[in-house]
Design a protein around this ligand. Structure first.
Ligand code: 13P
Ligand code: SF4
Length: 299
């Protein structure tokens, strides 16, 4: 299957982008593997005719919004991030009524329709920097309350209003699970994604995006780590650091949507070109504005 995929990539001038949560064998056949921010930048720059995005809907959608003339395919169009939808109807409009200078800051893990109602997008790797740089005092952070409260801690000078959404995979990780691992591995550093709940963040040594966690583990002199994020990162962590040990909260965090990207589904979509990401043009134009502002402000 890997050989067939390689051949189809060449003949169709296709490029494969994969998130670190995709299964290891999918990361291995990808041309680019990274966190959401890196993949959004690559999607904007790349000059292939076809982008196969091995991630979840909001990632494929963002690639299409940034690159309307390219064919963007997903191995499984049903791979979705449940958090992307977690903003109640009317709540953004209500916030605008309450705060005249409100900026709506939208985590990239969101639908294109929500991006249309937002001033700027962020990812976990640039949220603090971007929020700090905004002229607005009042910020409505959607949809993730956990990333929002992490940003609020780092940017205390702003009034950050949280929305009631979260990632089911990260929010399930408890401080008790992390402490149980630390009991077994007392020298391990705890590296945590900011989608985790505050009590997990508080007992962590480092908080960052998937790419930041991977970079931290590589550059650290420590040899043992407890990883509080989805276990797809394990592939890159063990490839980069064969002599280091990585442990996970029990049960190991798993995003089932990300695991819908398989060699079978990648090969099938490359053969048939049938699972194309389509974004309505009016929505595309609205969602492009906060996405491009993010790319600009993150520089
Ligand atoms: P990163 O931007 O850190 O890769 O995170 C994406 C994501 O979906 C986290 O759950
Ligand atoms: Fe969404 Fe959570 Fe899966 Fe990331 S891990 S894609 S935030 S459900």
């Amino acid at each position: 299957m890997k050989n067939q995929i390689e051949q189809l990539k060449r003949t169709k001038n296709a490029v494969i982008l994969a998130h670190y949560y995709a299964p290891a064998e999918v990361q291995e056949i990808a041309d680019y593997v990274g966190d959401s921010f890196y993949l959004a930048k690559i999607a904007k720059q790349c000059d292939a005719d076809i982008i196969v995005f091995c991630g979840v809907q909001f990632m494929g959608e963002s690639a299409k919004i940034l690159n309307p003339d390219k064919k963007v395919l997903m191995p499984d169009l049903t791979a979705d991030c449940p958090m992307a939808h977690m903003v109640a109807d009317g709540v953004i409009e209500e916030m605008h009524k309450q705060y005249a200078d409100l900026a709506v800051v939208c985590y990239i893990n969101s639908t294109a329709a929500l991006k249309c109602k937002s001033d700027v997008c962020v990812t976990s790797s640039n949220a603090v920097k971007i929020v700090r740089s905004l002229p607005n005092q009042n910020i409505f952070f959607i949809p993730d309350r956990n990333l929002g409260s992490f940003v609020a801690e780092q940017v205390p000078e702003k009034n950050i209003i949280l929305n009631d959404g979260c990632c089911p995979t990260h929010a399930k990780i408890t401080a008790a699970q992390v402490l149980a691992e630390r009991e077994k591995h007392p020298n391990a550093k705890v590296l945590t994604h900011p989608e985790c709940i505050a009590s997990v963040v508080e007992i962590s040594d480092y908080i960052g995006s998937t790419a930041d966690i991977i970079a931290y583990a590589k550059n650290s002199e420590a040899t043992e780590f407890i990883i509080c994020t989805e276990d797809g990162v394990d592939h890159k962590l063990i490839t980069d650091n064969p002599d280091k040990r990585f442990y996970y909260p029990d049960p190991r965090p798993c995003c089932t949507d990300m695991k819908l990207n398989t060699l079978e589904t990648v090969l099938s979509v490359l053969e048939k070109e049938d699972k194309e990401v389509i974004v309505d043009d009016r929505i595309r134009q609205g969602a492009l504005v906060p996405l491009e502002r993010m790319l600009e402000l993150a520089k």
